[in-house]
Design a protein around this ligand. Structure first.
Ligand code: NAD
Ligand code: UDP
Length: 311
């Protein structure tokens, strides 16, 4: 069986590629390296079942031979990335989603799109269930990402309804782990990088906003189960263990056995104040829930960044 993974050299997608190969699939990854890096799949360069193609998937593409799964993972994902390249981000959710859907249609493949908790915007219900329609500022700085992902979900459901395509939508909540970019601006690499360099942690706002962090191996297990389910509506995948960003900073300081030092900055516009997935649906439909504890996941991630910084 063959899987196509768009954005395959990125953080989450490269772990998905590893899982697919481990499960015996052949994998074709497409990436233009706008936010990802070939380094993330360098360990696969001699694997005869893996192929990496440099391509911007917002432009049409095709691959030779049969394809059984198309995983559309390509998109800038960090707020500092998508605010810098908003138009590429809009295209990754729109044109690229159509290109990936069309490939799945031509090949009669199962299609899965990486959506996001950002479709809920700054949520008015907590925790977030899939039935919540969200609170997104359609013209705010985050809208290039949030609205593109909402469009990607709409396009996916339209192909399912109009063509009977076997589609899946995973709404990914904050995921972390090895292969994130140290400088991608997301809070996990930001605080760990700052701790490693002996710098104060850049705290946006008063740190009372919450997030719920999921370790990457848990997420890719959820994605694989969803791809093989017969469910077509969105499914939240994330870890319901919620904490404030201040508690997260304290936890990182504890891991490094350092005193917490903060560099206080303003909260960016439209930064969601609360975020925690309701994973009842994933539990029922996929028999899935995260198994890696926060302490274990953070330990693995720190080790990766430590090695990386020391290279
Ligand atoms: P990432 O930036 O590491 O990975 C995205 C990959 O897509 C990169 O390799 C990038 O170069 C590639 N890409 C982007 N635009 C492309 C294009 N037009 N053509 C080809 N390749 C392109 O980010 P990630 O955190 O691994 O995110 C992967 C997916 O999961 C994204 O779709 C993201 O929106 C989604 N997601 C991630 C999180 C998270 O917490 N990590 C949360 C919600 C959703
Ligand atoms: N954040 C922070 N300092 C940083 C980076 C992020 O305080 O250096 C905060 C950010 O304002 C948000 C939370 O941490 O409230 C998570 O941010 P991230 O960019 O990781 O992901 P988001 O969930 O906002 O997409």
């Amino acid at each position: 069986m063959t899987a196509v993974v768009t954005g395959g050299a990125g953080f989450v997608p490269s772990h998905l590629v590893d899982k697919l190969l481990a499960n015996g699939l052949r994998v074709i990854a497409l990436d233009n390296f706008v936010t990802g890096n070939e380094r993330n799949v360098a360990h696969l360069q001699d694997n005869p079942h893996f192929q990496l193609i440099e391509h911007d998937v917002s432009l049409p593409f095709d691959v030779d031979g049969p394809v059984h799964y198309v995983f559309h993972m390509a998109s800038p994902a960090s707020p500092i990335d998508y605010v810098q390249i908003p138009i590429e981000t809009l295209k990754a959710g729109s044109y690229a989603t159509h290109n990936a859907l069309d490939l799945a249609l031509r090949k009669n493949a199962t299609f899965l799109v990486a959506s996001t908790s950002e479709v809920y915007g700054d949520p008015e219900i907590h925790p977030q269930q899939e039935s919540y329609w969200g609170n997104v500022n359609s013209i705010g700085v985050r809208s290039c990402y949030d609205e593109a992902k909402r469009y990607a979900e709409a396009a996916t459901m339209a192909y399912h309804r109009a063509h009977g395509l076997n589609t899946k939508i995973v709404r990914i909540f904050n995921t972390y782990g090895p292969r994130m970019r140290l400088d991608d601006g997301r809070v996990v690499p930001a605080f760990i990088g700052q701790a490693l360099r002996g710098e104060p942690m850049t705290m946006f706002g008063d740190g009372s906003q919450t997030r719920s962090f999921c370790y990457v191996s848990d997420l890719v297990e959820g994605i694989w189960r969803l791809a093989n389910s017969d469910f077509h509506e969105p499914v939240n995948c994330g870890n319901p263990h919620e904490m404030t960003i201040m508690q997260f900073a304290e936890a990182i300081a504890r891991h490094f056995e350092i005193e917490l030092q903060l560099d206080q900055r303003p909260l960016p516009p439209d930064d969601p104040k609360l975020r925690r997935p309701d994973i009842t649906r994933a539990k029922q439909i996929l028999q899935w829930e995260p198994v890696v504890s926060f302490d274990e996941g953070i330990k693995q991630t720190i080790e990766y960044f430590r090695d990386f910084v020391n290279q």
